[in-house]
Design a protein around this ligand. Structure first.
Ligand code: AMP
Ligand code: MN
Ligand code: MN
Ligand code: MN
Length: 285
């Protein structure tokens, strides 16, 4: 019997992906997936077109976002699902992440200029169109200008977390990010935890209300998958997963329809959200 799969981690041109939101949905549908979430970095501008096309194609869709947050001096990616995309607070948070990313891009471009690369903010801005500016957009400009051949080379030589032109940005604290997702009626899931977190960190995230762990991700080996699957089961939390797809032309991750989770996890996520939203509403009345 063919497995029914959900991909709950996808990127589009609304952030640093290569394909438009509607094209991501079209490809997801063609690859045989039954449910998806679009989880762009720090923005929800792709949700509406993605949701509309998914509805037309009969593909189940849930609102998503991948929030860049800060914890223990490091970046911590938190996936938000099922939130109200009109919620004013969460939109305010996306607005501040957007402007922080812009300031940080200017600083990284300055560092690249000092290293002798001729690259301007306007060029990067044009590459990003209306997306929150990512290192990926800067990388594309460097590649177009012939400074590097691949995105990996850009990260390896200049923009990786220890690279000479890397500048961190002022991110929302992880606990505040989780709270904002909850306040908008959604659930918060720790993205691709890999081996980045000690048990104390996971405990802290659970104290702050994290609702689940992304156990299926292209960067996870089988041991890591089982670690987070068992951890979630022990604490009665959710597990999710997906391909972290960024587009066919990008070597980043390219596993649409292959790295995904069984539909039961999608249904469990939806149930969890409806219970969570009811309790949020109950608190309001
Ligand atoms: P930013 O959100 O601006 O910090 O950029 C991070 C994005 O760059 C990630 O979401 C990935 O899409 C991409 N990325 C991160 N590390 C690498 C790497 N080593 N090689 C290529 N792309 C990367
Ligand atoms: Mn990305
Ligand atoms: Mn991530
Ligand atoms: Mn991602």
């Amino acid at each position: 019997m063919k497995r029914m799969l959900a991909d709950l981690h996808l990127h589009s041109t609304a952030s640093d992906g290569k394909l438009k939101p509607s094209d991501v949905i079209r490809h997801a549908h063609e690859s045989g997936l039954k449910a998806v979430s679009l989880t762009d970095h720090d923005t929800i501008t792709g949700l509406k077109p993605a949701r509309e096309l998914a509805g037309e194609l009969g593909l189940e869709f849930i609102n998503g976002v991948e929030l860049s947050t800060f914890m223990n001096g490091r970046e911590c990616h938190i996936l938000g699902y099922g939130f109200d995309d009109d919620n004013p607070n969460i939109n305010k948070l996306f607005g501040s992440q957007l402007s922080q990313r812009r300031t940080r891009a200017e600083a990284m471009i300055h560092e690249l200029n000092k290293l002798g690369m001729e690259i301007t903010f306007d060029e990067v801005w044009a590459e990003a169109v209306n997306a929150p500016i990512s290192r990926v957009h800067i990388a594309r400009v460097l590649m177009n200008k012939g400074y590097c051949a691949t995105q990996n080379e850009v990260f390896f030589r200049f923009l990786g977390n220890r690279g000479p032109a890397y500048v961190p940005f002022e991110l929302v604290a992880a606990d505040d990010g989780i709270e904002a997702i909850h306040e908008a009626g959604g659930v918060a899931v720790l993205a691709h935890p890999s081996n980045y977190y000690l048990y104390e960190d996971l405990k802290k995230l659970m104290d702050w209300g994290i609702d689940g762990f992304e156990y299926i991700h292209p960067s996870h080996n089988y041991t890591q998958q089982m670690k987070y699957f068992n951890h979630a089961r022990n604490y009665d939390l959710l597990v999710t997963g997906g391909s972290d797809f960024h587009g066919y032309l990008n070597k980043d991750y390219n596993n649409l329809g292959m790295v995904a989770v069984d539909m039961q996890h999608f249904h469990h996520l939806c149930e969890f959200i409806s219970v969570h939203s009811e309790s949020t509403n109950a608190q309001l009345t």
